[in-house]
Design a protein around this ligand. Structure first.
Ligand code: NAP
Length: 334
C-alpha cells in the first residue's frame, strides 16, 4: 500500500465549541517538496487554546485559517526528504506545520530541535512556543522583582506552569489559580508554587486574599472573565498585568459580563498590556537559552499530557483545553 497523508481541513466556522462536523478529515497524497523545501513526517501535534481563535472570522493578530485550508498547528517530527540547504533527512524539527501526517515546509517558523536534550513533545511545549510565551510575558511585561507576589491563572497548564516556576526562580512568591484540588496539589507539590487557589471551590476572592496576604504585584492573565475581575480587586499599587490569554471567552456566544473592578486600573496605576509571543520573534534565541538552562538545572519542570488517537482525534482532544481536561501541555500523538 502506498503512503498517504491524512489532513484536518477547516470545513466551516464553528459557533461555540468546535465539533468534528466543522472539520474535513481525509487521506490525500503525500506532498512533494519543491526547490528550497523539505518534507516532514509529523509525530506530535500541539493543541493550543488559540486554535479556536484561528478558526473564527474577523480581525485578530493573524489571519483566520481559510475554509478548506489545513488546520494551523505547531507540530514536531522528522525530515524525510529535503531540497533545503539547512535541513537534512533525519533532522528533528518543530514549528508551524499543521494538523496532518506530512507537511512540506520552506523553514519559515520551523526550527531544528535536539531530541537527545528533551523528548519531541517538549519542543512544542515548555521548550517551544508556550515556554517562550511564559518567559517574555512574565519578564518583559510583568517585570517581577524579588519579593513580589506573582499570581497566574490556568496555573497547571502549558504556559501557567512555567510562569509560576520562573517567578520562583526570580525570587518571587508564586500563587497559581487552577480548577480543582488535583491541579492545585500538582502546582504546589510538584511544581513548587508557594500556594494555589481552586477557583471552582466557589470563594475565589477570600481564598486569593488568604494566599496573597501582601496583595498582588503581577497578575499573569490567561483566563479573563470573572477570574480577571476578582484578581483586579486585589492588585497592589503600580501592579503589572501581562494579558496573555482569555480562554474563558474563546467559545462564548454571548457578550462578556462587565468588569466590576475596572477602577482598580486607575486607582492602583496598573499597567495592563496584551502581548503575543510572536512580538518577541527576534529574541527567541534568548528565551530558548534561558528555558533550556533552567530545564537542564532542574529549575523548570515540564509535563506533557500526550493523547493517542491520531489525526482523527483532533477535534475532541482540542476541546479538552476549554473544559480543563488537560494536566500540562496538551499534545496529540500521531
Ligand atoms: N499571547 C500569546 O502569545 C499566547 C501564547 C500561548 C498561549 N496563550 C494563552 O495562554 C493561555 C494558556 O494556554 P496554554 O496553552 O497554557 O493552555 P493550558 O493552560 O495548558 O490549558 C488550558 C487551561 O485553561 C483552563 N481553562 C479553560 N477554560 C477555563 C475557564 N472557563 N475558566 C478558567 N480556566 C479555564 C483549564 O485549566 P483549569 O482546569 O485550571 O480551569 C485548561 O486546562 C490561553 O489563554 C492561551 O490562549 C497566549
Amino acid at each position: 500500500m502506498s503512503r498517504q497523508n491524512r489532513v484536518v481541513r477547516l470545513k466551516r466556522r464553528p459557533v461555540g465549541m468546535a465539533s468534528r462536523d466543522d472539520f474535513e478529515i481525509a487521506d490525500e497524497p503525500v506532498p512533494q517538496p519543491g526547490e528550497g523545501e523539505f518534507l516532514v513526517r509529523i509525530d506530535y501535534v500541539s493543541l493550543d487554546p488559540a486554535m479556536r481563535g484561528w478558526i473564527s472570522p474577523g480581525r485578530s493578530y493573524v489571519p483566520p485559517v481559510e475554509i478548506g485550508a489545513p488546520m494551523r498547528a505547531f507540530a514536531a517530527g522528522y525530515v524525510e526528504a529535503s531540497n533545503h540547504p539547512d535541513f537534512t533527512v533525519g533532522d528533528a524539527v518543530a514549528g508551524l506545520l499543521g494538523v496532518q501526517r506530512y507537511a512540506v515546509s520552506k523553514g519559515t517558523r520551523v526550527a531544528k530541535v535536539d531530541p537527545a536534550q528533551a523528548p519531541l513533545p517538549r519542543w512544542i511545549g515548555g521548550l517551544g512556543m508556550p515556554g517562550q510565551t511564559a518567559y517574555f510575558g512574565l519578564l518583559e511585561i510583568g517585570r517581577p522583582k524579588p519579593g513580589d507576589t506573582v499570581v497566574v491563572s490556568a496555573a497547571s497548564g502549558a504556559v501557567g506552569s512555567l510562569v509560576g516556576q520562573i517567578a520562583r526562580n526570580m525570587g518571587c512568591r508564586a500563587v497559581g489559580i487552577a480548577g480543582g484540588p488535583q491541579k492545585c496539589r500538582y502546582v504546589v507539590e510538584e511544581l513548587g508554587f508557594d500556594a494555589a487557589v481552586d477557583y471552582k471551590a466557589g470563594h475565589l476572592d477570600a481564598d486569593l486574599a488568604a494566599a496573597c496576604p501582601d496583595g498582588i504585584d503581577v497578575y499573569f492573565e490567561n483566563v479573563g472573565g470573572e477570574i480577571f475581575d476578582t484578581v483586579l480587586g486585589r492588585m497592589n499599587l503600580f501592579g503589572r498585568i501581562p494579558v496573555c490569554g482569555m480562554i474563558s471567552m474563546y467559545n462564548a456566544t454571548e457578550p462578556p459580563a462587565p468588569i466590576r473592578n475596572i477602577r482598580s486600573i486607575l486607582v492602583n496605576r496598573l499597567t495592563v498590556r496584551g502581548f503575543i509571543v510572536f512580538d518577541f520573534q527576534d529574541r527567541i534565541a534568548e528565551a530558548n537559552e534561558a528555558l533550556g538552562r533552567w530545564h537542564a538545572e532542574g529549575r523548570l519542570k515540564m509535563r506533557e499530557d500526550v493523547r493517542q488517537g491520531g489525526i482523527d482525534a483532533f477535534p475532541d482532544v482540542l476541546n479538552e483545553l476549554y473544559t480543563g481536561g488537560n494536566l500540562g501541555k496538551l499534545v496529540l500523538a500521531l
